[in-house]
Design a protein around this ligand. Sequence first.
Ligand code: IMP
Length: 199
Amino acid sequence: MNKKIIFATGNEGKLKEIKMIFADMEIEVVSMNEAGIDVEIEENGSSFEENAVIKAKAIAEICHEIVLADDSGLVIDALGGEPGVYSARYMGENTSYVLKNQNILERMKGVNEADRSARFVCAVAAAFPDGEIATTEGLMEGIIALEPSGENGFGYDPIFYLTQHQCTSADLDPKTKNEISHRGKALEEMKKILVSKLV
Ligand code: IMP
């Protein structure tokens, strides 16, 4: 029985969340770094799902293990879906999220609350050694806040306001975020697929 899974990400924030989500399973989740895999994969797909599949497939071809990959981002309706699949690359990969978030708040100045709708989207792909590919998707709906708030999470969390919780996703404790997040939902679905494949 294969109980090791390689998670194809270099993002420490994501890795922390994923390890927490898989903590209740008898599956060891290993990062690419921990598995000694050091490659850059060009995410040139036009959807989150396409990018997740590109990453999972490319790494599985190198290591012949079960590989999970996700692709996620923030979709803001008033900005025509930006930053979308370019979320990590918005304003340049190395630009700080303090600046990225400031820029988005600036672009959203004057937009009414009713038109500030946005969502985090996450697609997860699993590539199995037999060549099979499985994908799942999760969403977390919210609005773009008027100002940043919160110290938890990463990326765009400080400007993503959850009306139901009356706080941003950076104000949530990590456990609560995982329970409601796009990544949490997509990974919970993927866990069901993995359980059926690993018995
Ligand atoms: P990826 O590594 O190509 O999937 O890039 C995802 C990018 O989307 C991240 O670098 C963040 O900018 C953003 N993002 C995805 N999920 C979250 C989240 O849960 N909180 C904040 N930002 C996120």
